[in-house]
Structure formats: structure tokens, C-alpha cells
Design a binder for this molecule. Structure first.
Ligand code: NAD
Length: 277
């Protein structure tokens, strides 16, 4: 079994630094993919109400023979449910779909500054309720820019445990990561492989050749050495195993720097300042 390191969140909870993401895995394929991931040693699954596959994630975990406490599960609030009463209903719905009485981490999926009068602070206040009643062991945000986080920091009561943002070698996100480091917010990098777009990069491919590893393994290792949490997605059993097989080597500081230098500040996903869900 791979020896996946844990990271301690600002409330003392531990999260496995490498997990398995299920965005764009069609519901009929999700249970098998999550079962493969659990067999390969992943113990952290990242889903969302908007992925439409929470029920299949829950099924795979309940049939796996692992206890609920052995798997860290994150889900996220739908963009259509930011108003407090809607958020309460949505959170109940996510727990029901998963078949759980708690989630390990619940996130506001997008800040949506152009909707709901830009009031993501009230939405955050509702997540604080879920944290206090124990049904969300940790709460956090996703796709928040420093100016969004600053509002949560001054107007909210709790600091988010994590901020989940798009990160890959072409989008290193130094500014948001710096803000999070200064405020004890753990950073999770979504689409850590740039949905495959960074794997043909000649610098990455050269480094991979030198270590006798694949480009995907080198990119995932780069994230791990920068201290971020990642959860690559795949439905291919060999790739699911390949992506977790990254704990038997380390990149030199020079190689980490060379990959970081590929930054082009190029998003593959939407811009959080304008995205309306
Ligand atoms: P990813 O960067 O993990 O790329 C996945 C794709 O890369 C796969 O579909 C496959 O084509 C390819 N791939 C995976 N492993 C490979 C390997 N070993 N070799 C070659 N190709 C390989 O992209 P993603 O799925 O978009 O992101 C991962 C997770 O991040 C998602 O599943 C989801 O959980 C999360 N996410 C969150 C948000 C958000 O807004 N919070 C947005 C997107 C994704």
C-alpha cells in the first residue's frame, strides 16, 4: 500500500495529501472507479453535488469493507444553492446521497461574486452551522481569490480549512497560494494534470525520463513537494495505480523550480471573478 502523507488542517483534522477526484466520471462508471482507487490505496475522495455521482461514491465506500472513518470524503455546495435555506437543504441532500451522517470536508464550490448580491459570506455562515453541529468535520471554499478570502476572514467567524483552486505547471497560482499560506488555509489543486494538457511538455517529459517515471507521476510529485493536496481523476485502472505510485521518489529542488518556471498563468477552467455558475 502506498505511504500517502497526511497534512494537518487548521482545525487539527488530517487529510491525505493525495486523493481521487471524480469530476466527469459518469455515474454508471463511478462506483467501479472509486472501488479501484480504494483497492489501490487511495483513502480520500473528492466529489461534489454538481458531479451527480455522490450516491455512487457512497456505495463504493460502503461496499469496500473499509470503515467510514478510514476514508476522507469531500463534497461541495451546488452553485444553485447558495442562499442559506437552500444550502441547508443541499447539504442534507448530499449526506443522504452519500449515505453518511457526516462528511470530512464541505466546500463552497464557487464564490459566484456576480450572483446572490455577491454575498458568499452568508453562505459561509451556513457552512459554519454544519461545522458546529458536527456534520461537516471541516469546511472550506473552492475557487476563492485572495480578495474573496479576505472578506471571509474579516466578516466570517471561522477561517476556511482549505481553498481548492485550479493548479498545474502552467498555472502555479503563486498569489493565492501565498495568501493561503499566510492565513493557515491548506491549498488543494484541482485538475492537477491540467486534464492531461501538461503531460506532453518537453521539460516535464525530460525530467520524467531522468527519474524513470511518467510525466503524470512527475507532475503529481511536483504538487506534493510544493505542499498542496491533489486528487487526479482517471477511470483507467492502470492510471489509477500509476497516479498513486509517487511515494518512492523525490524531485530535487532544481527540478521543482524548473517545473514551476513553466507557469503561463493559463487557466483551463473558468475565471472565479466572473464565473456565474
Ligand atoms: P486532472 O488534471 O486530474 O486530469 C484528468 C485527466 O487526465 C483524465 O481524464 C485523463 O485523461 C488524464 N490522466 C489521468 N491520469 C493520467 C495518467 N496517469 N496518464 C495520462 N493521462 C492521465 O483533471 P480533473 O479531473 O479535472 O481534476 C481532478 C479533480 O479535481 C476532479 O476530478 C475534481 O474532483 C476536482 N475538480 C474540482 C474543481 C472545482 O471547481 N473545485 C474543478 C475541476 C476539478
Amino acid at each position: 500500500m502506498p505511504d500517502i502523507p497526511d497534512i494537518m488542517l487548521n482545525n487539527g483534522q488530517q487529510i491525505a495529501q493525495l486523493g481521487f477526484g471524480v469530476f466527469l466520471i459518469p455515474p454508471p462508471l463511478t462506483e467501479a472507479a472509486v472501488a479501484q482507487a480504494l483497492q489501490a490505496g487511495y483513502r480520500h475522495i473528492d466529489t461534489a453535488e454538481m458531479y451527480g455521482n455522490e450516491a455512487e461514491v457512497g456505495q463504493a465506500i460502503s461496499k469496500s469493507g473499509l470503515s467510514r472513518g478510514e476514508v476522507f470524503v469531500t463534497t461541495k455546495l451546488s452553485n444553485d444553492a447558495h442562499r442559506p435555506d437552500d444550502a441547508r437543504r443541499a447539504f442534507d441532500g448530499s449526506l443522504k446521497a452519500l449515505g453518511f451522517d457526516y462528511v470530512d470536508l464541505f466546500l463552497i464550490h464557487w464564490p459566484l461574486p456576480t450572483r446572490y448580491d455577491g454575498d458568499f459570506v452568508s453562505t459561509w455562515g451556513t457552512l459554519e452551522e454544519f461545522y458546529r453541529d458536527g456534520r461537516a468535520r471541516s469546511i472550506g471554499v473552492s475557487n476563492f481569490q485572495p480578495h474573496h478570502l479576505r472578506r471571509i476572514h474579516t466578516e466570517g467567524e471561522l477561517t476556511p480549512a482549505v481553498n481548492q483552486i485550479e493548479i498545474n505547471p502552467y498555472l502555479t497560482q503563486d498569489e493565492v497560494r501565498g495568501f493561503c499560506a499566510d492565513h493557515e488555509i491548506a491549498v488543494e489543486g484541482w485538475s492537477p494534470l491540467g486534464r492531461g494538457s501538461v503531460l506532453a511538455d518537453p521539460t516535464v517529459a525530460d525530467i520524467a525520463r531522468r527519474y524513470g517515471k511518467t510525466s503524470a507521476q512527475v507532475v503529481l510529485r511536483w504538487h506534493i513537494e510544493r505542499g498542496d493536496v491533489v486528487f487526479p481523476k482517471s477511470v483507467t485502472p492502470a492510471r489509477i495505480r500509476e497516479n498513486v505510485d509517487i511515494f518512492d521518489f523525490e524531485l530535487t529542488g532544481e527540478d521543482v523550480e524548473a517545473i514551476s518556471a513553466l507557469n503561463r498563468s493559463q487557466r483551463t477552467g473558468p475565471d472565479p471573478d466572473t464565473f456565474a455558475g
